[in-house]
Design a protein around this ligand. Structure first.
Ligand SMILES: Nc1ncnc2c1ncn2[C@@H]1O[C@H](COP(=O)(O)OP(=O)(O)OP(=O)(O)O)[C@@H](O)[C@H]1O
Ligand SMILES: [Mg+2]
Length: 259
């Protein structure tokens, strides 16, 4: 078997405070190239912390991170600033709250992904090379946003369209890994499926390893090829879809409702 693209060992993340919170507790997992993993669990189980630890975003919250994370063989937690920028440039991160710049065009919002390897935003956003502009158009078409809309301001898009722009932007990074934190939580069920299908298509057709946090069990079961369940910061469930018992999986991951 190929080497894992992501290797997490004994990862513990603690948010400091008067009462520190252990958001992840000794988590270990390997993710192999091309996998489509859904991380499931109730609110507060540590899903966002896990994704945010992988590219060291959790540090922005002054979290204490212990353990080991290797991305494509690189030691994430001990990476220099330059190495970290390189690692982040290869990881597309998609948030629940779309993260588009409303006053900029759809096209420019997408082109920003091509700057991931540079690490800064040019002040002159009109200065992208033509081949990147062409790639941005193609990426937008790929996520179902047709040409005439590429020059609209992002503010004019619906939530589902903004999320598609987020995906197109991450494609411009040529990522090896896509991390999506509750990308469809703000969308209606139909649009949520449209967006999940885009992740699925990109994973299947381009082989980009994908990890998606979801709280909805229906979407989790429908799209996950491997499902990891978190509870109180620990992995309590980790199975390929072929080994999952449809009857009991909701209870296995979420537990029974406490009356
Ligand atoms: N910046 C922070 N500072 C302090 N505690 C935090 C911070 N972020 C998260 N936590 C705590 O860490 C735990 C895990 O939170 P996390 O956001 O990772 O869970 P989650 O599974 O993503 O939840 P949700 O489904 O609500 O998004 C929770 O107890 C939460 O309150
Ligand atoms: Mg979360």
């Amino acid at each position: 078997m190929a080497a894992p693209i992501l290797r997490v060992r004994n990862l513990t993340v603690i948010y400091p405070g008067v009462r520190p919170v252990k958001a992840l507790d000794n988590v270990s997992l390997d993710v192999y190239p091309g996998e489509f993993v859904v991380v499931a669990g109730v609110s507060g189980s540590g899903k966002s912390t896990l994704l945010r630890a992988i590219n060291r975003l959790a540090e922005n919250d002054h979290a204490r991170i212990e353990g080991e994370i290797y991305f494509d063989g690189l030691d994430v937690l001990r990476a220099s600033r330059r190495q970290l920028r390189e690692i982040r440039s290869q990881i597309g991160f998609i948030f629940q709250e779309y993260n588009v710049v409303e006053r900029l065009s759809v096209l420019t919002n997408t082109l920003v992904g091509s700057l991931a390897h540079v690490g800064f935003w040019p002040s002159l956003v009109g200065k992208f090379p033509s081949y990147q502009i062409e790639r941005a158009h193609q990426a937008l078409e790929r996520v179902g946003i047709p040409q005439p809309r590429h020059f609209d301001r992002a503010a004019r898009l619906s939530g589902g369209q903004k999320q598609r722009v987020g995906i197109a932007r991450s494609l411009l990074q040529r990522p090896k890994l896509i991390l999506a934190d509750e990308p469809v939580a703000s969308l209606d069920p139909i649009t949520a499926n449209v967006v999940m299908n885009i992740f699925k298509k990109i994973n299947e057709e381009e082989g980009i390893t994908t990890i998606v946090n979801l709280h909805d069990p229906v979407l989790t079961f429908k799209y996950g090829r491997r499902i990891i369940g978190l509870k109180h910061g620990r992995i309590i469930y980790d199975k390929p879809i072929t080994a999952i018992n449809r009857e009991t999986f909701e209870e296995d991951i979420y537990g029974t409702v406490e009356e």
